[in-house]
Design a protein around this ligand. Structure first.
Ligand code: GDP
Ligand code: MG
Length: 162
């Protein structure tokens, strides 16, 4: 079985954009896998020397729960199946309370966490990274997924955990 990397984070931070960039290769498999719900998207990243499965935890819909409940469910599901948790945040929004709540859940899992500060295009990258330094996660990478910047670095930083 291939190792699994889960993309987690608030809605609209760019998880699906990162998912698409990671799994864009011609033979990427984006399909339902046995025993999984349709609420999460699975693909294979083949950008590095070893392939791994990528899970996009967005996409739950039709729930009566608010954003926070919804996000918590997604985070728990991702934690359960992942070898590595990639926590995506938005450089433009800075640290929001929901980010801190998600990070707490991730930390409690004991699994490795990489922070991706997305949407660094058009912002001061050093300032943006500085704000998220308060998370205390050693691996914190800038990214502009919409411009395909930072994707290869994320792959390289992920491989040692997989
Ligand atoms: P998700 O809800 O976390 O899956 O976020 P999406 O991938 O759907 O992206 C939400 C919005 O942010 C979309 O309009 C994307 O085009 C935009 N977006 C994603 N990545 C970037 C980025 O690197 N820079 C900018 N400026 N916008 C981005
Ligand atoms: Mg999405």
């Amino acid at each position: 079985m291939l190792p699994v990397v889960a993309l987690v984070g608030r809605p609209n931070v760019g998880k699906s954009t990162i998912f698409n960039a990671l799994t864009r290769s011609r033979d990427a498999l984006v399909a339902d896998m046995p025993g999984v719900t349709r609420d999460r998207h699975y693909g294979v990243c083949r950008l590095g020397p070893r392939p791994f499965v990528v899970v996009d935890t967005g996409g739950l819909s039709g729930s009566d729960e608010g954003i926070e409940g919804l996000t918590a469910l997604q985070v728990r599901a991702a934690i359960a199946e992942a070898n590595l948790l990639v926590f995506v945040v938005d450089a433009r929004d800075g640290v929001l309370p929901l980010d801190a709540a998600i990070l707490n859940e991730l930390r409690r899992s004991g699994k490795p966490v990489i922070v991706v500060v997305n949407k660094t295009d058009g912002v001061d990258e050093t300032l943006a990274l500085g704000e998220f330094a308060s998370f205390g996660i050693a691996e914190t990478l800038p990214m502009s997924a919409a411009h395909n910047r930072g994707i290869d670095t994320l792959v390289a930083k992920s491989l040692p955990y997989l």
